[in-house]
Design a protein. Sequence first.
Length: 128
Amino acid sequence: MSTGNVSAPAIRFSAVTFDCPDPAELSRFYGEALGLPVTYSSDDFVMLGQEGSPGLGFNRLAGYRRPTWPEPSQEKQAHLELGVDDLDAAQARLLALGAEAPAVQPEPERWRVLLDPAGHPFCITTLA
């Protein structure tokens, strides 16, 4: 779509933010798992990231309801895909950091579904 002589404003991807009951706890989990430092912190919001790269945000939501994946009563709205070299080793590390492994694993030889401490599903895979 052409904008004629008007230049389009620069728009860039900045972050993905997750709603959760405890931003400090969830940011600790992802910060340790991904090696990302805190770039901003308040009682209700924490941002992780590296200078010049998109980050991950964690927003306190009153009345937060944990996703119930694979049960659809409280759907996941989005999830992260994390690339790993070794599924078993990565899963063990993430479980030690506070993730949970649900019983349902659609293709455990290709990827694993885990739940972060707030219940958000995320995947680890050697395909990324």
